[in-house]
Design a protein around this ligand. Structure first.
Ligand SMILES: Cc1cc2nc3c(=O)[nH]c(=O)nc-3n(C[C@H](O)[C@H](O)[C@H](O)COP(=O)(O)O)c2cc1C
Length: 171
């Protein structure tokens, strides 16, 4: 029986939501486990046929823990079917929403020695009411200069769920 592991590196939970949504598209007889990066560090990765890692961007980069995890597990990742996707708000722009055009995927591939067999990129969410004072105003400024929404009383979900579903169907 095939078994897949979906690992999320997420600060505010949106990447975890995307990972959970993907589980709807796996075959009924397939075992799927969704787990945080921290939790995955305690698992025996060799037990899974396929490993999918989804990670969000914060202040221009994926988390340090993500790079550490990949460095530590690169050999085993390479032996598996493996997939990586990034979640960021720059990807709400049509000209930056695929792996060849998204700056964070390009940066990831430059920094990480891992070359995932399949790569995706999805637009995330700006959830102003959830952020602390500092983050709220920095994000508001970034949104302002990139023509995004700036009403800090609102939440804005940019994720194209049909795109997430299509990606999941190909896994
Ligand atoms: C403090 C903070 C910094 C962020 N910095 C960036 C950024 O530099 N570039 C970007 O495209 N998105 C940025 N984002 C948007 C996140 O990538 C987006 O909110 C994503 O959905 C977060 O996923 P998560 O909930 O799984 O952490 C930032 C969000 C926050 C809260």
């Amino acid at each position: 029986m095939s078994s897949s592991l979906i690992i999320y590196s997420s600060t505010d939970g949106h990447t975890k939501t995307i990972c959970e949504r993907m589980t709807n598209f796996f075959k009924k007889d397939e075992t799927i486990k969704v787990i945080s990066l921290e939790g995955a560090s305690t698992l025996n990765l060799s037990l899974f046929n396929k490993i999918i890692i989804g990670a969000s961007i914060r202040y221009g980069r994926h988390s340090r823990e993500l790079y550490k995890f990949i460095k530590l597990n690169k050999d085993i990742l390479d032996q598996k079917d493996n997939v990586f996707f990034s979640v960021n708000v720059v990807a709400r722009k049509p000209e930056k929403n695929n792996p060849d055009t998204n700056p964070y995927i390009k940066k990831f591939l430059k920094i990480s020695k891992w070359k995932p067999k399949k790569i995706g990129v999805f637009a995330g969410k700006v959830d102003y009411p959830k952020y602390n004072f500092f983050d709220k105003y920095i994000i508001k400024f970034i949104m302002f200069v990139t023509n995004g929404p700036t009403d800090t009383s609102q939440s804005y979900e940019f994720t194209d769920w049909a795109k997430v579903d299509d990606f999941a169907k190909q896994l």
